[in-house]
Design a binder for this molecule. Structure first.
Ligand SMILES: Cc1cc2nc3c(=O)[nH]c(=O)nc-3n(C[C@H](O)[C@H](O)[C@H](O)COP(=O)(O)OP(=O)(O)OC[C@H]3O[C@@H](n4cnc5c(N)ncnc54)[C@H](O)[C@@H]3O)c2cc1C
Length: 416
């Protein structure tokens, strides 16, 4: 079922070798330097360690670049399921996705422009993104309303002649603190009485430098600003952009969002699987190398059982995610809605559990920056909210199950 083409196997092998040879040996020093360069939430001074560009150039020269993109010329031409294995490998590291130009939110934003962008939008924004020269931001979540229900959105994108006027306040806009963040995909309400409620929202391209765009602050996750990437709060006040900046046309926002989030969830979940594998390795090494009460820590109490529990949970999450990817490749995103929601519930929670066990085995060291464990923990906890909270995905799964039994808005036996 999960067969891989020779081409995919080659990419996977080369990615693995690159991560082991080029990234893992320098990663701890890389983040140490990043913390030194960016000591606080003053995002205006944030910068990446110079090492990042060196690693990106090496990855690009090796052809390990934009592998998420199904386009064979611009990306690697891999299926969703094939790329999933690369996402798992890159998830072992907190910089590998960026080194390969396959990091969120840029990969999702690039895919939006690739699928729905006009030729002019592709020239102006997709090309520099694919080249790794600029970064992008996706602004959907709002401060004032419960954004897990996207129909609550209050931001507006109103057509005024040959321009669009944008107003609203967004937050948790990932990547907004990056010194190379140049373009925002802004999602907003474009009221149109002639259309149904799922065609009232639009995606609009907004240069970060536009008049009326004001970055208010960066939001810390558990006290860490994730510098120099960052998660921003940003206001839009009477921002004017040309009407050509609609992506796919006014009212297409929900349709594009569905397309954007499907593959993105596979990527996020497989990165969780990779991070959990790394956490398990760290847990075993630490537990076997440190001693207490006359034996290795890992052999005390129920610790070996925890190793087994981690292995079982990781493999379950991987298989479910690969199955979701397999269905997407063969039947399309809409046929895989249950599986896409299922993995979004399973994989971040699995990572949270595995990392928590690994932190425990590490003792105090587990909470420091000496390993990637705290970064993985923040990633897992954030992903239980980002791209839809667990409960929303469970609600979706339940709705689809009820629909199979004839209950739902499109049947007589409605529960709505
Ligand atoms: C680190 C991080 C990065 C993020 N990056 C981005 C980004 O780049 N761009 C972007 O637009 N957003 C981003 N987000 C925002 C994220 O997508 C939202 O936080 C999420 O969609 C939830 O919206 P909300 O915060 O408004 O929560 P709310 O909608 O207020 O929901 C709060 C809680 O209500 C409960 N709830 C909601 N619906 C249901 C239900 N149907 N059943 C039961 N309980 C329910 C859940 O417990 C939920 O967590 C990011 C978030 C984080 C933490």
């Amino acid at each position: 079922m999960f067969e891989l083409s020779a081409r995919a196997q080659d990419f996977i092998q080369r990615c693995k070798a690159f991560i082991e040879k080029e990234i893992e040996p320098v990663e701890a020093a890389f983040w140490e330097e990043a913390r030194h360069l960016n000591p606080n939430g003053d995002w205006t001074t944030w910068q990446w360690p110079a090492q990042l560009e060196i690693l990106k150039q090496k990855a690009q020269a090796a052809g390990l670049w934009n592998m998420f993109l199904p386009d064979a010329e611009l990306g690697a031409g891999l299926t969703v399921q094939e790329y999933a294995h690369i996402a798992e490998l890159s998830g072992r590291s907190l910089i590998a996705p960026t080194v390969f130009n396959c990091n969120a939110p840029d990969s999702g934003n690039m895919e939006v422009l690739w699928r729905y962008g006009s030729e002019q939008q592709k020239q102006q924004w997709l090309q520099p993104l694919l080249a790794g020269k600029i970064r992008s931001v996706f602004c959907m979540t709002e401060t004032a309303v419960a954004s897990s229900d996207a129909t609550n959105m209050q931001a507006t994108a109103i057509i005024d002649g040959d321009e669009i006027i944008l107003n609203g306040r967004k937050w948790w806009s990932s990547g907004l603190g990056d010194p190379n963040a140049k373009i925002i995909i802004f999602m907003a309400h474009t009221p149109d009485p002639s259309k149904d409620r799922h065609h009232q929202h639009s995606m609009v391209l907004v240069p970060v430098e536009s008049k009326g765009v004001r970055i208010e602050r960066m939001l810390p996750v558990f006290g860490d600003y994730d510098a120099p990437h960052g998660h921003g709060e940003v206001s839009f006040e009477n921002v004017r952009v040309p009407i050509e900046n609609f992506i796919g046309g006014a009212g297409q926002g929900f349709e594009i969002a569905q397309g954007r989030l499907g593959p993105g969830r596979i990527h996020h979940c497989m990165r969780c699987v990779g991070a959990a594998e790394k956490a398990l390795e760290l847990m075993i090494d630490r537990g076997m190398q440190r001693h207490a009460f006359g034996t290795e820590i890992l052999k005390l109490g129920g610790n070996l059982e925890r190793v087994a529990e981690a292995r079982v949970a990781i493999d379950q999450a991987r298989l479910l995610t690969l199955y979701a990817a397999y269905k997407m490749d063969r039947l399309g995103n809409m046929a895989a809605l249950t599986e896409i929601s299922a993995i979004k519930v399973v994989a971040p929670s699995m990572l949270e559990k595995v990392v928590d066990m690994a932190i425990q085995i590490h003792g105090g060291a587990g909470l420091s920056h000496d390993t990637a464990l705290t970064g993985f923990f923040a990633q897992a906890r954030s992903l239980r909210l980002a791209d839809g909270p667990d409960e929303v995905h469970k609600g979706m799964i339940a709705k689809l199950e009820l629909r199979k039994r004839g209950y739902g808005s499109k049947t007589k036996k409605t529960l709505d």
